[in-house]
Design a protein. Structure first.
Length: 520
C-alpha cells in the first residue's frame, strides 16, 4: 500500500516500565501472537540481558511462527572507546535471534557531555559503528533518537548529524523520540517536517510520551508532517504517565486521517484487544477511554439518548462498530446478536444467527457480565459457554464436591485439597497437598483425571491473576480469577467469578482442564 504507516508496538518493553505493569513470559508470548494476528508491523519484545524474564521470552520467541509482524529486540549504541563488534550489549542483541534490532542513541548534547561524558564526535561514531555492525550481521536496524526534540531545540545541527550517522550506518528507520513528553503539537510538527525534508518520510518515525497529555496528538502530528512509522503502547502503558496510546492513535489514523496501515482490516477487534491487555496486566479497564471504553458511546436518557437512537451520528463521531464497540443507552443496556457474532468470528467459531440457542447464550452472557465475568482474555471459557448453548460441549467428568483445608504450624504453611468426581460412571476421590490452596486443588483435580485422560500430563498452569470487583464491599467483595494454562500446542485463558476466591479459582481450573480435553 502506498504511504502505508507502519505500526511499532513497544508494550512489552517500554510499556512494562509503567508503574504496576508486569507480564509473565506466557503473557508476553500470548501478547506477541495477538498483536501479530491484529496486524501490527513490529513488536518490540524487551531488552535482552536486562532481566531473566526478557531472556526467557526471547528464547521462546525464536520458535514463534508469526504471520506478519517482525519481532524486535531493544538495546543501545556501543560504549565509548569500545569497538562495536566487541561490545557485550550489542552481542546480546544479536544473540536474541530477533530479525529486527532497535538501538537508542543520544541526540541532545547535554546528554552526550554530562551523562555519557564523551565528546560529540565520539557519540556520532558510537551511533554509526553500532548500526553498521548490526546491519552487517544481516539484521534490520531501527534507530531511536532519544530526546530528539529537546536536542534539536538545543542544537539542531548536531541533532540532525546524529541522524545522519545512523543513516550512514544503514538504519532502516530513524525514529524521533519525544522522550520527556513535554513538547506541543506545533513544535513536533515543525521538527518532524525538518527531518522528513532531510531524510525522506519513508525513513522517519516518531515515538512520543504522554507527560503533557498530548502523546496521541503529537504522534498524529508527526505522521501528518510526513513520518511513516509510529511507535506506541497498547492502552498507553509506560513510564511516568505513559507512552502514546496506540489504541487511540489507530482509529484516528485510519478513520479520521484516512492513512493506510496493515492492521486496518482488523480495526473492529480494537476494543477486545484493549481489554485483553488490561486483563493480562490485571488492571481495571478505563470506562472513559476514547473509542474503546465502555462509556465511549454511552447515552444516559433524555435528549442525547433519543437523538442517538434515531440518528447515531448526531451524537457519535464514528460508528462504534468500526472499533468493536457499541452504542449503549444506559437505561436499557441491551446486547445484540451482532456483538456475539463479532466475538465468535474473532475466535474462529462457526456461528449461525438463526440457531435457537443464540438468544439464551446472549442472555447468559449479559447476566454473567453483570456478575463480573469478562471473556476478552478468557477465550477458552467463552468457547465452552458457546458450545453449551449452541451444541458440542462434551461432558468429561462431573464434580461431586471439593474441600480445601489450610494450616499453619509455626513458619510452615500448607494446604490440603480433596476432590470428588464422577469419571466415566465411576466415583474418584483424591487428596493432594501443596503450599497454597490453588496448587493443591489443581494437583488433586489432575490426580482424579489423569488415569482416564493421560493427555493432561502435557498441560501446565502458567499464570494466575486475581481481581477484586467490588472493593467497597470489603471482605465480602466479589472476586474474578483469570488462569492461563498451556501445553506444547498453545496457551488458553479461563475465568471464574465468585464471592469466594477459592471457588472462583476452582471454576477457572475446572474449565481449563475441560478445554484441554475438548481439544484432544
Amino acid at each position: 500500500m502506498g504511504n502505508t504507516v507502519k505500526i511499532y508496538d513497544t508494550t512489552l518493553r517500554d510499556g512494562t516500565q509503567g508503574e504496576g505493569i508486569s507480564f509473565s513470559v506466557a503473557d508476553k508470548v500470548r501478547i506477541a501472537q495477538r498483536l501479530d494476528a491484529f496486524g501490527v508491523d513490529y513488536i518490540e519484545g524487551g531488552f535482552p540481558g536486562s532481566n531473566p524474564r526478557d531472556i526467557a521470552f526471547f528464547a521462546e520467541a525464536r520458535n514463534l511462527r508469526l504471520r506478519h509482524a517482525r519481532l524486535a529486540a531493544f538495546g543501545a549504541t556501543r560504549r565509548a572507546g569500545v569497538k562495536a563488534a566487541e561490545d557485550p550489549q550489542l552481542r546480546q542483541l544479536l544473540e536474541s535471534g530477533m530479525p529486527v534490532l532497535t538501538i537508542v542513541g543520544k541526540t541532545w548534547l547535554m546528554h552526550v557531555e554530562e551523562i555519557l561524558r564523551t565528546t560529540p564526535e565520539e557519540n556520532l561514531a558510537m551511533i554509526e559503528d553500532s548500526v553498521r555492525f548490526l546491519v552487517s550481521e544481516g539484521r534490520e536496524v531501527i534507530y531511536d533518537a532519544e530526546h530528539f526534540f529537546d536536542g534539536y531545540l538545543d542544537n539542531s545541527d548536531y541533532a540532525l548529524r546524529t541522524l545522519e550517522a545512523a543513516a550512514r550506518g544503514g538504519a532502516g528507520n530513524l525514529t524521533l523520540c519525544e522522550t520527556n513528553g513535554g513538547r506541543l503539537v506545533p513544535e513536533v510538527a515543525r521538527i518532524v517536517a525538518a527531518a522528513v525534508g532531510r531524510f525522506g518520510g519513508d525513513k522517519v518515525g516518531v515515538h512520543c510520551h504522554n507527560d503533557s497529555g498530548l502523546g496521541v496528538a503529537v504522534s498524529l502530528a508527526g505522521i501528518e508532517a510526513g513520518a511513516s512509522l509510529v511507535q506506541g503502547t497498547m492502552n498507553g502503558y509506560g513510564e511516568r504517565v505513559g507512552n502514546a496510546n496506540l489504541v487511540s492513535i489507530l482509529p484516528n489514523l485510519l478513520l479520521k486521517m484516512d492513512r493506510p496501515a496493515h492492521c486496518a482490516p482488523n480495526l473492529a477487534q480494537l476494543r477486545d484487544l484493549s481489554l485483553f491487555f488490561d486483563e493480562l496486566a490485571n488492571l481495571r479497564p478505563d470506562a472513559k477511554a476514547p473509542f474503546v471504553g465502555r462509556s465511549a458511546f454511552a447515552h444516559k436518557g433524555g435528549l442525547h439518548a433519543n437523538a442517538a437512537q434515531k440518528v447515531a451520528r448526531s451524537y457519535e463521531h464514528i460508528d462504534p462498530a468500526l472499533v468493536g464497540n457499541r452504542t449503549r443507552v444506559l437505561v436499557s443496556d441491551m446486547a445484540g446478536r451482532s456483538s456475539f457474532a463479532l466475538k465468535a468470528k474473532e475466535l474462529g467459531l462457526a456461528f449461525d444467527e438463526k440457531h435457537p440457542g443464540v438468544k439464551a447464550l446472549i442472555e447468559e452472557l449479559k447476566e454473567r457480565e453483570f456478575r463480573g465475568y469478562e471473556y476478552e482474555a478468557a477465550d477458552a471459557s467463552f468457547r465452552l459457554l458457546a458450545a453449551q448453548h449452541l451444541g458440542g460441549r462434551r461432558t468429561f467428568f462431573e464434580v461431586v464436591g471439593y474441600r480445601v483445608i489450610i494450616e499453619r504450624h509455626d513458619a510452615e504453611l500448607w494446604a490440603e485439597a480433596t476432590v470428588k468426581l464422577k469419571v466415566n460412571g465411576e466415583t474418584v476421590h483424591t487428596v493432594a497437598e501443596e503450599t497454597g490452596p490453588i496448587g493443591a486443588l489443581d494437583k488433586a483435580l489432575r490426580l482424579a483425571l489423569e488415569k482416564s485422560y493421560p493427555q493432561l500430563c502435557e498441560m501446565t498452569l502458567r499464570d494466575y491473576k486475581v481481581r477484586i470487583l467490588e472493593s467497597n464491599a470489603g471482605s465480602a467483595s466479589r472476586t474474578r480469577v483469570l488462569i492461563e494454562s498451556g501445553d506444547a500446542h498453545g496457551i488458553w485463558g479461563t475465568v471464574g467469578v465468585s464471592d469466594n476466591i477459592v471457588d472462583a479459582s476452582w471454576e477457572a481450573l475446572r474449565e481449563a482442564v475441560e478445554f484441554k480435553l475438548a481439544q484432544t
